[in-house]
Design a protein around this ligand. Structure first.
Ligand code: PGA
Length: 263
């Protein structure tokens, strides 16, 4: 696991956008796994800027989102399909038909979840999966106690997640308690994972992810088993890391190595 600690949330967004742009420059038909929530928004803004300056094109890119609320129309302001359209897809040159978000209104979730998994495989699998992390350590909507081998399925949101996400819903608006989410096994199949966390409210979840025991109680901790995961965090989210200085030192060495290939 590579741990990149940067001074600010803006630095995290910049670094993350660079990773995604680099990925697409290496493989123009990249399959991206995308996330919603507040954390990735700043990275999406950097991607929009880069696309408008023609530094990157999403023309051949496909995307699969992690999750969707059950019971919201795709046009509902709080649906994750709407979020993605507003925050990213409407502003870049990706083909709408190449963007995929789980169906939160499926008449048969078992079938539609399997179809989502099959479509990911058909596209060759996710090349780069972007993740946020919940304060309770969830990735996607894989809440604590989710099977570490789980596949795309329906999950009941934890009271903490419902409370954290209440800020997005208007007073009196019905907030879903269920969601469809890629499973932890689905996420682990991605060739690369980039997880973002900013702000001190994430410091415990980040410490559990990087330095805790692997446990379904802290679903993100399974990423310790992933061969290519990069965790990009700001200093506030890194506050509880016991090996903070070591992670900074590794990055320093990496930078020196990339400048002097013969070191
Ligand atoms: P946030 O959500 O980016 O809004 O903090 C992250 C998550 O719940 O995965």
């Amino acid at each position: 696991m590579r741990v990149v600690i940067l001074p600010t949330a803006d630095d995290v967004a910049h670094y993350c956008a660079e990773q995604i742009i680099h990925q697409i420059q290496q493989k123009s038909n990249t399959v991206l796994g995308l996330a919603t929530g507040s954390t990735p928004v700043a990275s999406y803004q950097k991607l929009i800027q880069a696309c408008s300056k023609k530094e990157v094109s999403f023309a051949k890119v496909s995307s699969f989102n992690l999750d969707e609320y059950i019971g919201l129309e795709s046009t509902h302001p709080q649906s994750y399909r709407n979020f993605m359209n507003q925050e990213l897809f409407n502003h870049i040159d990706i083909k709408f038909e190449n963007t995929h978000v789980p169906d939160g209104l499926s008449p048969d979730f078992e079938k539609s979840c399997q179809a989502y998994e099959s479509l990911i495989l058909q596209k060759g699998g996710v090349d780069l999966q972007l993740l946020g992390i919940g304060e309770n350590g969830h990735i996607g909507f894989n809440e604590p106690s989710s099977s570490l081998n789980s596949r795309t399925r329906v999950k009941t949101l934890s009271p903490q997640t419902v409370a954290n996400n209440a800020r997005f819903f208007k007073v009196g608006e019905t907030q879903p308690q269920l969601a469809v989410t890629m499973g932890i096994g689905t996420i682990m199949d991605a060739k690369k994972v980039v997880l973002l966390a900013t702000g001190s409210q994430k410091k415990q979840a980040v410490a559990n992810l990087i330095e805790g025991s692997i446990s379904a109680f802290s679903p993100a901790s399974i990423l310790q088993m992933h061969p290519k995961t990069m965790v990009i965090i700001d200093e506030s989210a890194a506050e509880l890391l016991a090996l903070n200085d070591y992670y900074l030192h590794i990055e320093d060495v990496q930078i020196k190595l990339s400048k002097h290939k013969n070191v």
